[in-house]
Design a protein around this ligand. Structure first.
Ligand code: PLP
Length: 426
């Protein structure tokens, strides 16, 4: 399996049927699993044996999909969660708790911003937001003695900022803390953050990984590369009294982080994915490679079309040489970035509204990264709670339209955009 290319992994990783077993990964729609003796069950609870005992902590369908995503991202293990939000929260809480601090890029999804800015702060975790274009020196200056992780998005939603992952990883590692990267937009088809120094990768699988908009989900992937034994992470290196005194680094070695996330946080918070959702996600993953190619090719055409249209005031797509992130995209996203294009129409907010109302094929939805072309005005929806200053820091101007280019025929997408732009500027 190790030698397979990523497009092959999309199809075959994680589930290998044995003689007479179903060819298609089955849904194990069961909360629980039977054993012949209570001793066997006790050994599972004590982590002395491997096996499933309760779906909150593990389920065969989830396990197959977790293995597939870990293989795609180049990690040692993964854990599915009920949403991308749950993945972000648990990825941080696993190593950063009350009284500690994290450094976070300000160009992140609005929901993640709220989670960190409000809820995590209320839980006692202090967060310093830094510009996504921060240099190593800027990042060093943001670190504190109690900093326990750094967080960024590979390609931010919706500002499409490409993060300099190597710089963020270097600054984090100098501080002895891991870099957590949300890789939702590029997916592992276009970027594997672990190859550039990220330690933990998370996704909202609701987006391209699923691609059909049929389930809400998330995943956390552990690179297995971070040294947790540097004295800063006693919850991984000292006995967990709530789990029979297990020392995660001793018991699970390179997979200590993801094992703790499951044994401790998933046990306590219970934000597990449903088996049916994992099954649906897997169907999406099987075609991820093909879909991402088409999303990127279509988005490039759309971005070039908009760039040439005099009614458009600005376009941001990392595949355009005019993009400030073009060079970083060449380094981190050489095969393409994603299907999302951000732009502004001359006439500001009003024109943006008219444009969206005039679209015939593309739908106006909160969702993004769907195989159907869809569109959203973040300043009045996903980012509406942000102040003008916060919008500016997140790279989300009030006239920004987020167009999520689907995999329809590009001529039909352009036709729809062109007629809607014409109506918007009348
Ligand atoms: N991360 C990114 C980049 C997102 O775009 C989103 C949602 O849009 C999330 C995380 C949160 O994911 P979910 O909606 O699955 O909870």
């Amino acid at each position: 399996m190790k030698d397979w290319k990523r497009d092959t992994l999309c199809i075959h990783a994680g589930y290998t049927p044995q003689n007479g077993q179903p060819r298609v990964m089955p849904i194990v729609q069961s909360t629980t699993y039977t054993y012949e003796s209570s001793q066997e069950m006790g050994d599972l609870f004590d982590l002395k044996a491997e096996g499933f005992f309760y779906t909150r902590l593990g389920n065969p369908t989830l396990d197959h999909v977790e293995q597939k995503i870990a293989a795609l991202e180049g990690g040692v293990g993964a854990m599915l969660t009920s949403s991308g939000q749950a993945a972000s929260l648990m990825a941080v809480l696993n190593i950063c708790t009350a009284g500690q601090h994290m450094v976070c890029s300000s160009a992140i999804y609005g929901g993640t911003f709220n989670l960190f800015y409000k809820t995590l702060k209320e839980m006692g975790v202090d967060v310093t937001f830094v510009p996504p274009t921060s240099t190593i020196e800027d990042l060093r200056a943001a670190m504190q003695e109690n900093t326990r992780c750094v967080f960024a998005e590979t390609l931010s939603n919706p500002a499409l900022v490409v993060t300099d992952l190597e710089a963020f990883a270097k600054a984090a590692h100098e501080q002895g803390v891991p870099l957590i990267v949300d890789n939702t937009f590029p997916t592992p088809m276009n970027c594997r953050p672990i190859d550039f120094g990220a330690d933990i990768v998370i996704h909202s699988t609701t987006k391209y990984m699923d691609g059909h908009a049929v389930q809400v989900g998330g995943v956390i992937v552990d690179s297995g590369k971070f040294n947790w034994e540097n004295g800063k992470f006693p919850s991984l290196t000292e006995p967990d009294e709530s789990y029979h005194g297990v020392v995660y680094t001793k018991q699970f070695g390179a997979a200590a982080y993801i094992a703790k996330a499951r044994c401790h946080l998933m046990r306590d918070l219970g934000a597990q994915a449903a088996p049916m959702n994992a099954f649906l996600l897997n169907l999406g993953l099987e075609t991820l490679a093909l879909r991402m190619e088409r999303h990127c090719a279509n988005a490039q055409k759309v971005a070039e079309y908009l760039q040439a249209d005099p009614n458009i005031s600005w376009v941001n797509y990392p595949g355009l040489p005019q993009s400030p992130y073009y060079e970083l995209a060449k380094k981190y996203l050489p095969q393409g970035s994603c299907g999302v294009v951000a732009f502004g129409i001359k006439g500001g907010r009003d024109a943006a509204r008219k444009f969206m109302d005039s679209l015939e094929m593309a739908s106006v939805v909160t969702h993004v990264a769907d195989l159907r072309t869809c569109v959203l005005h973040p300043a009045s929806t996903t980012h509406r709670q942000l102040s003008e200053q916060q919008l500016k820091e997140a790279g989300v101007p009030a006239d920004l339209i987020r167009l999520s280019v689907g995999i329809e025929n590009p001529a039909d997408i352009l036709k729809d955009l062109s007629q809607a732009i014409e109506k918007a500027v009348q």
